[in-house]
Design a binder for this molecule. Structure first.
Ligand SMILES: NC(=O)c1ccc[n+]([C@@H]2O[C@H](COP(=O)([O-])OP(=O)(O)OC[C@H]3O[C@@H](n4cnc5c(N)ncnc54)[C@H](OP(=O)(O)O)[C@@H]3O)[C@@H](O)[C@H]2O)c1
Length: 246
């Protein structure tokens, strides 16, 4: 039941996650935006007809959270209209759709969010578009929404918040998990899955790769940030345990 990388197509292959996935899944088709622009339905259709994948991993997105507030139309076009185009093309061809979503579909007040918890209210425009995108993906007969969160390989700031809790991790930790979920997606008996690591403060995460990072409070940030956006990952851990048994 494992899906070979050669039977998969990746959107957003030039992105932070996409580059890692291409390395982990050699042979995956990853047409660039010049061939597959998610905002142009005809290019999505043409790419799927050319590559004939069994599984589409939809990682293309407008991810600039601050930019999304200034340029809402562009964010909506990629994240909502683009996802609609991918859903329509995949559904019409019986292709399984693995859609990348975010912990930010939750409000971030209590943390420990489970897959079945009602999401929202979204705390910014990017989060709103990702939540609408999830709703569109539900119209694909064969789909899996993977909610996750990741940082670049190195912590990029001199400071990190000790009062913001998360289950995100570095992209080189998360990407192998996503690659595993993609390879086994046809065996996953859920339509939503949280793929992340354990709950921790942003400061703790930062110091794993940059021990001299200074502690800061999110009260100093210019934008409103969640208290605890951590995801419950019991489903994912149970699946991996089941697969590791002979
Ligand atoms: N970063 C995070 O912390 C995080 C957290 C949770 C979920 N996610 C989700 O994970 C996925 C990957 O995120 P990322 O951080 O790797 O993204 P990223 O580095 O910002 O890359 C975005 C990708 O989308 C592509 N793209 C944008 N507009 C497109 C269009 N119109 N047609 C085709 N491709 C287009 C970009 O292509 P170009 O190179 O041509 O611009 C790029 O490959 C996204 O769905 C994101 O929402 C990310």
């Amino acid at each position: 039941m494992t899906v070979a990388a050669e039977r998969m197509l990746l959107t957003g292959g030039s992105g932070r996650l996409g580059r890692e996935l291409q390395r982990l899944l050699p042979g995956i088709a990853a047409p660039g935006r010049d061939e597959l622009d998610v905002t142009r339905a005809e290019t999505v259709v043409a790419a799927l007809d050319r590559w004939r994948p069994e599984v589409v991993i939809h990682a293309a997105a407008y991810t600039d959270v601050a930019g999304a507030e200034r340029n809402r139309a562009a964010c909506w076009r990629v994240n909502v209209d683009g996802t609609r185009n991918v859903v329509s093309a995949a559904a019409g061809r019986g292709i399984f759709l693995l859609h990348l979503s975010t912990d930010y579909v939750f409000e971030g007040a209590t943390g420990g969010y489970r897959e079945d918890d009602p999401p929202g209210p979204p705390c910014n425009y990017y989060a709103l578009t990702k939540l609408v995108a999830e709703a569109l993906v539900r119209f694909a007969p064969r789909h899996l929404v993977v909610r996750t969160s990741f940082r670049p390989r190195e912590w990029p700031y001199p400071q990190a918040f000790d009062d913001l809790f998360t289950s995100q991790d570095y992209v080189d930790v998360i990407a192998p998990e996503i690659a595993l979920a993609a390879s086994r997606c046809l065996e996953i008996p859920y339509n939503t899955l949280h793929v992340a690591t354990e709950r921790k403060s942003a400061l703790e995460l930062a110091r794993r790769r940059r021990p001299d990072v200074q502690s800061a409070s999110k009260k100093q940030a210019s934008v409103r940030l969640p208290d605890d956006i951590s995801l419950d990952t019991a489903r994912w851990r149970q699946l991996k345990q089941r697969w590791s048994q002979p």
